[in-house]
Design a protein around this ligand. Structure first.
Ligand code: IMP
Ligand code: MG
Length: 179
């Protein structure tokens, strides 16, 4: 699997440093607010699991599953909700946990969708941000890494459902994408 990687973008250690600092920052910013962390499956699962262990305030967690990708490397624009929240979020402070903010189509849709349920606030925390690709007006208050317009895998992120289990983030060799 590692032979498929052309270049490592962020090592496990670099990720750990950023993610722990983010957990501490969120703990300060949301002190006394009992936030509800909403992970966007599947890409969020590694990031969220690590992040939550650095959050030191009372909080709860839930998950949604959405799909905007159909196996390729670019967004189709259409978002489908595959798994919804299991609780009422009225009056709650929501922190959406996302692996990567790309076109913004997914989070733009998700944010408006959740807004109709009258939460107290919605904040976005993303592991990575690709601002050059933004097509929808989405702002992430928290972002660990800014990345250029390249398709990255590892630490939860996949290419065609593979590579999520890599402990670092990297770019695949070009021949893998054209297979
Ligand atoms: P958006 O709707 O275009 O912002 O796409 C967001 C979703 O696309 C992310 O949650 C990822 O699942 C996927 N995605 C976008 N860029 C990448 C990438 O470089 N690697 C892996 N998945 C990506
Ligand atoms: Mg995702």
């Amino acid at each position: 699997m590692r032979n498929d990687i052309e270049r490592v973008f962020f090592t496990a250690e670099e990720i750990e440093n950023k993610v722990s600092a983010l957990g501490e920052q969120i703990s300060k910013d949301f002190e006394g607010k009992n936030p509800l962390f909403v992970g966007v499956l599947k890409g969020c699962f590694v990031f969220m699991a690590d992040l939550m262990r650095h959050v030191s305030i009372p909080c709860s967690m839930d998950f949604m599953a959405v799909s905007s990708y159909k196996g390729g490397t670019s967004s189709t624009g259409a978002v489908e909700i595959q798994k919804d929240l299991g609780q009422n979020i009225e009056g709650r402070h929501i922190i959406i946990i996302e692996d990567i903010l790309d076109s913004g189509n997914t989070l733009n849709y998700l944010q408006s969708y959740l807004m109709t349920r009258k939460p107290a606030s919605i904040t976005i925390a993303t592991l990575m941000d690709k601002p050059s690709r933004r097509a929808a007006p989405v702002y992430a208050k928290y972002s660990c890494f800014e990345v250029p317009d390249e398709f990255v895998v590892g630490y939860g992120l996949d290419y065609d459902e593979l590579y999520r289990n890599l402990p670092f983030i990297g770019v695949l060799k070009p021949e893998i994408y054209t297979k």
